[in-house]
Design a protein around this ligand. Structure first.
Ligand code: 13P
Length: 254
């Protein structure tokens, strides 16, 4: 089945409002017709509204990088799906390995956040991935399967069909060490097999599985050529307009 490729840029804790607006204007004007590609950028919360307004009439959508699972209330410092959506987000990245590693994110909180995202009309991009030690210990499938099963527990078929999964091996993030296309495809295929078990063939075939971890202008095309690699979640290279545009182009040329 043909899935529309998605290229998403995760800016992490980078770019002020002014710098972010300049970046998306450059991307938008440099590459106006990406064809059959969904393009998303995930700025820091503070820049969401300005970026969403800048991109109002463009083909690029906006994502938050995290949400809290509650809707509102006494949760000082937190941002819920309602506020992310109010600021212009359509998507939200959930369970990024940096949140798991530094901020105590667990499969259980991922699951609550995924449900909160759907409840308030945001499309979740759910991240999974093993560490170097887990790969060395031969535990890749066990770790990924647990993250997928627990992170996506209790979702309806309609929710499964709409969600996006991102496979980001922790050892490949920000390290310049990319998984080979073959290595990534092997994990993506096994994630899809598990999704078939969880929600049936038809819904599982609709789910886009993005690859993330040192994706750049040079390796995007090869990675995206594999049948179960439906796009990329890009960190560092998404801050460089030329590189990000090249990655979008490689997806558009599929
Ligand atoms: P890099 O592309 O910088 O390795 O980051 C990947 C990532 O974490 C995207 O969410």
């Amino acid at each position: 089945m043909k899935r529309t490729p998605m290229i998403a840029g995760n800016w992490k804790m980078n770019l002020t409002i002014a710098a972010g607006v300049e970046l998306v204007k450059t991307i938008h004007y440099t590459h106006r017709h990406p064809g059959e590609v969904d393009v998303v950028v995930a700025p820091p919360f503070t820049a969401l509204r300005a970026i969403a307004d800048t991109l109002n009439d463009s083909y690029i959508s906006v994502a938050a990088q995290n949400i809290h699972w509650e809707t509102s209330g006494a949760f000082t410092g937190e941002i819920s799906a309602v506020f992310a959506k109010d600021a212009g987000a359509e998507y939200v990245i959930i369970g990024h390995s940096e949140r798991r590693q530094y901020f105590g994110e667990t499969n259980e909180t991922v699951n609550k956040k995924v449900k909160a995202a759907f409840l308030h009309g945001l499309t979740p991009i759910v991240c999974v991935g093993e560490t170097d030690a887990e790969r060395e210990a031969g535990r890749v499938h066990e770790v990924i399967n647990t993250q997928v099963e627990q992170g996506l527990a209790g979702l309806t078929k309609g929710q499964f069909e709409n969600l996006i999964v991102a496979y980001e091996p922790v050892w490949a993030i920000g390290t310049g060490k990319t998984a080979t296309g073959q290595q990534a495809e092997e994990v993506h295929a096994s994630i899809r097999e598990l999704l078939v078990k969880l929600t049936g063939q038809e819904a599982a075939e609709k789910i886009r599985i993005l690859y993330g971890g040192s994706v750049g202008a040079k390796n995007a095309k090869e990675l995206l050529s594999f049948p179960n690699i439906d796009g990329a979640l890009v960190g560092g290279a998404s801050l460089k307009p030329q590189d990000f545009v090249e990655i979008i182009k490689s997806a558009g040329a599929l």
